[in-house]
Ligand binder design. Structure first.
Ligand code: FAD
Ligand code: 2HG
Ligand code: ZN
Length: 506
């Protein structure tokens, strides 16, 4: 049902949007990561693969479980942004926890380095080998193990694709607590290992709260069974948390228990135009205060993001051009109640001039069309050439200041600076682009943006992780004592350092 005041712009939808799932890998040639900005990375003292090793893996996994063909290996060696290409000559595709255990036991004994890989949609270079690490892909570990209809607890293998799990949960009347633009490709194991945030964080919170149990294979091949399906379980150290967000440096996640939530049956999305960033903040505040029991997403994008969508994907926003757009999603069980509450809120926002245009969608295809505007910015940016990508947390009072500072700093040296993100979580995605990689641009951005963020007590990585690209900047958020403890934990669990070397730790 359309809301009266905002119905005027809905007619655009049917013709303007075509939704397609994001490509697994972009279309551009990769640009080498600019190494001088990272500590010079030398290959660790790992052994190189021999024909005896290949024989072992072949007998363990069979021919369908091992990939050696150079062309096929390309998609495992290159990251989603095509910013780095590894040199691995072997990708392994185990099907069970036991097979992962045998692989790691063998690699640990032979001192062979391993790079765990899920859907390979990570944005910080964590999922691809830096040198010739063996890739262990979870792509064949995609089984649902159990679903409890009473509690919504879903147990599955770690290579299950997020969207497949969402569809499975939906059929049971539930929804998974994490959603992101890469849902069609990313694996739940990758989501867990990066502690992915995404579009539902504002409602369901972090995976630290929603992952109830894990099965993990340690670097020496030992299976650590932290599987648990109870909501409450205070029995000593909760070891699963060590693996949530540790980006494959401490163990390979093979199974997970996820707390799913009853699915709201009625959803509405409002796409609103604001003239100033102060209006964006006032809108966010009012939406939170007036729709507390209904709010399920609160996102923003600036008009430069909309320009990128228009220029590169031919996607246009469904309302008049504004400097800023806010996307509000509400979900509940009563369409009339939703409509009434949303109407009240939007009318007041209009009255106070915090928004000056808006449109509402309640029909699934239109909701999807509006969401594609927010979800496909990353894809649109990829078409621009080289991307400088930043994922930071800031107080809302500082949220957009950094974008203005960066625009001033970068001037004409970049094609554009865009900003969008999870407004409700204080998580800004600042991106700059240039036709090709420009070291001068990078030097103007880094480490400046990290210093700026750290001085304001923000986070230099709100959700994408540290991976390979940000490891030298960890100290902007972690004290020396914290980094030393992280290094001690790594040494204890992985004394030979075979698991995802060169990542996370400086
Ligand atoms: P991969 O990229 O394969 O791996 C990521 C890291 O986890 C690597 O370090 C890898 O070694 C490790 N890993 C993977 N699987 C395992 C495992 N089973 N055990 C141990 N370690 C493992 N991220 C967000 O947080 N929020 C977003 O809203 C968001 N939106 C995105 C939108 C687009 C279009 C794209 C391309 C990416 C987006 N991302 C987002 C980033 C990315 O999708 C997430 O980080 C996602 O969680 C990665 O999952 P994956 O399966 O692709 O993992
Ligand atoms: C998103 O929220 C993702 O869309 C990707 O986290 C952010 O492309 C980015 O910078
Ligand atoms: Zn994000």
């Amino acid at each position: 049902m359309l809301l009266k005041k905002f119905s005027f712009s809905l007619r655009h939808f049917a013709t303007i949007f075509t939704y397609s799932s994001i490509p697994k890998h972009g279309l551009l040639c990769y640009h080498k990561i600019h190494k001088s900005k990272l500590s010079s990375v030398a290959r660790g003292k790992f052994n190189t693969l021999t024909s005896k090793d290949i024989e072992f893996f072949s007998s363990l996994l069979g021919s369908s479980g091992i990939i050696q063909n150079v062309e096929e290996l390309d998609s495992y060696n290159v990251d989603w942004m095509k910013s780095h290409k590894g040199k691995s000559s072997l990708a392994l595709r185990p099907r069970t926890t036991e097979e992962v255990s045998e692989i790691l036991k063998y690699c640990n004994k032979q001192i062979l380095a391993v790079c765990p890989q899920g859907g390979n949609t990570g944005l910080v270079g964590g999922s691809i080998p830096i040198f010739d690490e063996i890739i262990v892909s979870t792509s064949l570990m995609n089984k649902v193990i159990h679903f409890d209809d009473n509690t919504g607890v879903l147990q599955c293998q770690s290579g299950s694709i997020l969207e497949t799990l969402e569809n499975f949960a939906n059929e049971k009347g539930y929804t998974v607590p994490v959603d992101l633009g890469a849902k069609g490709s990313c694996h739940i194991g990758g989501n867990i290992s990066t502690n992915a945030g995404g579009l539902r964080f504002i409602r369901y919170g972090s995976l630290h709260g929603n992952i109830l149990g894990l099965k993990v294979v340690l670097p020496n091949g030992e299976i650590l069974d932290c599987m648990n399906t109870m909501r409450k379980n205070n029995t000593g150290y909760d070891l699963k948390h060590m693996f949530i967000g540790s980006e494959g440096t401490l163990g390979i996640v093979t199974e997970a228990a996820i707390l799913c939530y009853p699915k709201s049956t009625e959803t509405a999305v409002a796409f609103l135009g604001c003239n100033t960033f102060q209006d964006v903040l006032s809108t966010a505040k009012m939406v939170r205060q007036m729709l507390p029991e209904l709010l399920s997403s609160l996102e923003m994008l600036d008009n430069q993001s909309a320009d990128t969508l228009r220029d590169n994907l031919k996607l246009t926003v469904p309302i008049a051009t504004h400097p800023f757009y806010v996307l509000v999603e509400i979900s509940g069980t009563d369409a009339q109640y939703n409509e009434q509450k949303l109407n009240e809120c939007l009318s007041l926002l209009m009255e106070k001039n915090h928004i000056s245009d808006g449109t509402i969608a309640t029909e699934p295809s239109r909701i999807k069309a509006i969401w594609s505007i927010r979800e496909r910015i990353t894809e649109a940016l990829l078409k621009e050439g080289h991307g400088y990508k930043y994922d930071i947390s800031l107080q809302l009072s500082d949220f957009y200041k950094i974008v203005e500072v960066m625009r001033e700093r970068l001037g004409q040296k970049v094609t554009r600076c865009v900003a969008y993100g999870h407004l409700g979580d204080g998580n800004l995605h600042f991106n700059a682009t240039s036709r090709t990689f420009d070291p001068e641009v990078l030097a103007l951005i880094e480490p400046f943006i990290y210093e700026w963020t750290s001085e304001r007590k923000g986070s230099i990585s709100a959700e994408h992780g540290i991976g390979y690209k940000k490891r030298d900047y960890l100290h902007y958020n972690k004290t020396n004592e914290a980094i030393n403890l992280m290094k001690s934990m790594k040494a204890l669990i992985d004394p030979q350092g075979i698991l995802n070397p060169y990542k996370v730790l400086p």
